[in-house]
Design a protein around this ligand. Structure first.
Ligand SMILES: C[S@@+](CC[C@H](N)C(=O)[O-])C[C@H]1O[C@@H](n2cnc3c(N)ncnc32)[C@H](O)[C@@H]1O
Length: 372
């Protein structure tokens, strides 16, 4: 059994992705989807899932109400099955509990139990590497119910490997992919993000339209350092993934008012292997309409919100966005995501869909406007 973690609001999309991959016994949970599958499916899930953050493999469920109980339960596992004294490991922990308060401290206790077990047996201990350990563990505590899992992804799957230059407020890649999948767009119409920043939305759109596995360019996954890593199977999964790639059928555009964002977005697209596939240009959305050759299409945008702009100005800005959509984008389906719940209402168009999503800790509204 595996658990794919995601953001709140993307569980159903993730479950659908898992169905398409061939997973079985799929069950939606809070910010996660549980599923069954073999080792090939685990590798494919890490490669192909656009809306998963990590894929965990639970190895131990237990109850604990004190630190000592937790320590003893962690010590029940024979850790030499997973690592040796020369290995590195790390522990992530999430705690919602009456009995345990500080997740970092709980992770430390868990680490002590593992290290002490090796020390008792061998006099030596494995060391910690929080960046790219040989084994990343995930401890989840819900009140007194604890589960320990191996983290097969090793680091969050939103790190596709293409975005190294960031602008001020980039959208998480997993969220961007989730928004596009939610819109139903798969590449069979023109696509535009007129406020593209570092290009996350157009890049994720191009990966979807071309049926390219989002993590195909990653070189590190947790499972690669597991004892049971099957290099030949992994090679086969990657080969299959490349073979599924297809050509773009319709153009994808990204634009931004700030000239300096254009080379950032272009370079990110280049690193994603999509250099010639997305057209980036500098443009002020409030002065322009869509390219004249595209009378219809899908527009997804993530306008600025918040801190630096006064509420009065931001409200006026969102109203102008709404006016521009109404007057210039007939024939388009437009989606806006915003963390500013007051401003998004100023768009002034009737939303045919309203979804709540999270960009990290920030609650956002994602709304659809049909401009016919
Ligand atoms: C929240 S950021 C978008 C981040 C982007 N989704 C990413 O992942 O990098 C908003 C972007 O809108 C751009 N912007 C603001 N006003 C604009 C306008 N009138 N026309 C076009 N772009 C604009 C900003 O320069 C900024 O890059």
């Amino acid at each position: 059994m595996y658990i794919a973690k995601t953001f709140h609001g993307l569980e159903t999309i993730l479950a659908k992705e898992l169905t398409q991959l061939g997973a079985t016994n799929i069950e939606e949970r809070k910010r996660a989807v549980q599923f069954d599958g073999d080792q090939a499916l685990l590798y494919r899930a890490n490669l192909h899932l656009r809306t998963a953050l990590r894929i965990l493999q639970p190895i131990h469920y237990f109850h604990a109400q004190t630190e000592q109980q937790l320590y003893n339960k962690v010590d029940e596992i024979d850790w030499s099955e997973y690592i040796d004294v020369n290995s590195t490991f790390a522990i992530d922990s999430v705690v919602h509990s009456r009995f345990f308060k500080h997740s970092k401290y709980i992770a430390l206790k868990t680490k002590d139990a593992i290290v002490d077990q090796f020390r008792k047996k061998t006099g030596r201990r494995p060391s910690i590497d929080v960046e790219r350990p040989d084994l990343r563990l995930n401890l989840y505590i819900n009140d007194h119910r604890c589960s320990l899992s191996l983290d097969s992804s090793g680091e969050s799957l939103h790190r596709r490997g293409y975005r190294t230059q960031k602008n001020i407020a980039p959208l998480n890649e997993v969220l961007a992919a989730g928004m596009i999948l939610m819109s139903g767009w798969k590449g069979e119409r023109f696509f535009i993000d007129p406020m593209c920043g570092s290009g996350t939305i157009p890049i994720e759109a191009a990966l979807i339209a071309r049926n390219i596995a989002p993590s195909i360019r990653r070189t590190y996954f947790g499972f690669m350092r597991w004892r049971n890593f099957d290099a030949a199977l992994w090679k086969q999964c990657r080969k299959e993934a490349w073979e599924k790639a297809q050509a773009l059928k319709f153009p994808i555009h990204g634009a931004d008012k700030l000239a300096r964002n254009i080379p950032i977005a272009t370079n990110n697209a280049k690193r994603a292997g999509l250099a010639s596939q997305i057209q980036f240009s500098q443009a002020d959305f409030l002065n322009e309409g869509p390219p004249s050759e595209h009378e219809q299409g899908v527009l997804i945008m993530n306008p600025p919100y918040g801190e630096r702009i006064s509420q009065h100005d931001i409200n006026a800005f969102y109203k102008e966005i709404g006016d521009r959509l109404k007057n210039h984008y007939k024939g388009y389906e437009a989606w806006i995501i915003s963390g500013d719940q007051t401003a998004i209402k100023q768009v002034g168009l009737r939303a045919s869909k309203k979804v709540t999503l999270f960009n990290g800790p920030l609650e956002c509204k994602f709304r659809k406007y049909e401009l016919y």
